[in-house]
Design a protein around this ligand. Structure first.
Ligand code: SF4
Length: 429
């Protein structure tokens, strides 16, 4: 088999991906607390878990720069594991102490973990009980971030889906941009939608979890993140219309995403084009030097963040990279349909993971760059394979026109590093 050609089983029949269900290597949903707690500034995330869970979120968050952090772990000790009554009492006591100390907390998320699931601690009952006990003072919401149920971006999906039923109702026409984005990016994208003439544009989540947007049949939703499958379902159940569009990644993706909003609100296409023309042209110009560096490079995506398909579409169409395999943890054909339409014909897609098989495919194909989780990156690098950490793409501002070139640079930098090492080694000889 030619190394350039994906194996036959990977050739899609109109997007029938290779489905794998085996051992997988991804972070759990607790990781998303790292960006969610920065976004919702009146919320507190209490992980009901073990010391392992506490270590995970502390190390993922790095050095805390806040005087008062907005997440913590209620550690379940061995005696909790022995008796549920103890665990519930302990949880109530921890929440009581926390709320007494922190009057600024308006929404408290109880986040389930593997240990709380294993002992079947009912966090839904706990959140009802605690909401009643602290009525008018705080809203207690629960969701699961456990590694049994979620991968790291699914934690955000579970969190937002838990908030949707609590939002008030409204028939008002509005555009709801769902998915947390860095503030600067959110301001840029919502600003363009307003300039296009859309009457009411709101972000979900907003800065205060307490002030949930009203949702109803007049709500059209644009997903800003591709991993919000449950949130999209919950919004649909409230009567909202989830628009089909590519994601705002790259110049083209951002243009098409905003155009979909314009069409949904019957905005004159000429007005949309005139608002988008300048930032679009700027983004396209800024991408040119990166295209020259990345064109023809072969890239392999392991499934991790669920951003893989939009990223692959951007790299193939705007930077002319070659897609060897695009793995995604989960493929929702409806949410992803506009993205799939834009992928180059014949792109090898895989859904789920059987990590050993996928490593074999990757090693056989010898791509120029592998995008994968931290656990796989080190062994690959040790074998001389260039890698890029997928988690870096989740933590960096990559959406929108102004960030398109920065996103290209994140990929190009991997090659610049080796070029520099190469020229240093040549110089040394
Ligand atoms: Fe580990 Fe599960 Fe805790 Fe995540 S929730 S840190 S996978 S024990």
């Amino acid at each position: 088999m030619n190394a350039q050609t994906p194996p036959e089983s990977l050739q899609p029949v109109r997007w029938m991906p290779l489905r794998e269900r085996g051992q997988h290597e991804v972070f759990c949903g607790l990781t998303s607390i790292v960006w969610l707690h920065r976004k919702m500034q009146d919320a507190f995330f209490l992980v009901v878990g073990s010391r392992t869970c506490a270590h995970l979120i502390q190390s993922a968050a790095g050095v805390m720069i806040f005087a008062e952090p907005r997440f913590a772990t209620a550690i379940m000790e061995e005696r909790d594991l022995a008796g549920l009554a103890d665990a519930n009492e302990e949880l109530d006591r921890v929440v009581q102490t926390l709320l007494a100390r922190r009057p600024d907390i308006k929404t408290l998320f109880l986040v389930g973990s593997c240990p709380s699931e294993v002992i079947k601690l009912d966090l839904s009952r706990a959140s009802e009980r605690l909401t009643l006990a602290h009525q008018g003072r705080v809203r207690v919401v629960h969701y699961s971030g456990s590694g049994i149920e979620t991968t790291f971006t699914q934690g955000e999906d579970a969190c937002l889906a838990a908030l949707v039923p609590l939002a008030p109702s409204s028939d008002q026409d509005q555009l709801l941009v769902a998915g947390s984005l860095p503030d600067l990016v959110e301001d840029q994208l919502l600003g363009l939608a307003r300039e296009m003439g859309i009457p009411l544009v709101q972000a979900f989540p907003g800065h205060r979890a307490e002030n949930l947007p009203a949702i109803g049949p007049g709500t059209r939703v644009l997903l800003a993140q591709p991993f919000l499958n449950d949130t999209a379902r919950a919004l649909t159940a409230r009567g909202a219309d989830v628009l089909v569009a590519p994601f705002p990644i790259g110049a083209e993706g951002t243009r098409r995403w905003l155009e979909a909003a314009g069409q949904a609100f019957h905005i004159d296409a000429r007005r949309t084009q005139s608002v988008l023309a300048a930032p679009l042209a700027r983004a396209e110009r800024a991408l040119e030097p990166w295209r020259a560096r990345l064109m023809g490079k072969r890239i392999f995506f392991f499934p991790d963040s669920q951003l893989e398909i939009p990223l692959a579409r951007f790299l193939a169409r705007e930077l002319h990279m070659e897609l060897v395999e695009v793995g995604t943890p989960y493929l929702n054909h409806q949410v992803m349909s506009a993205e799939l339409d834009l992928l180059p014909a014949g792109t090898a897609l895989s859904e789920g993971q059987d990590v050993e098989h996928q490593i074999d495919r990757c090693e056989q194909a010898r791509p120029d760059l592998v995008v994968c989780g931290l656990g796989l990156a080190n062994p690959f690098e040790a074998k001389g394979q260039l890698t890029k950490w997928s988690i870096e793409l989740v933590f960096s501002p990559i959406h929108g026109f102004e960030q398109a070139a920065d996103l290209a640079a994140l990929f190009a930098r991997s090659f610049l590093r080796t070029d520099r090492i190469g020229s240093f080694q040549e110089g040394a000889h």
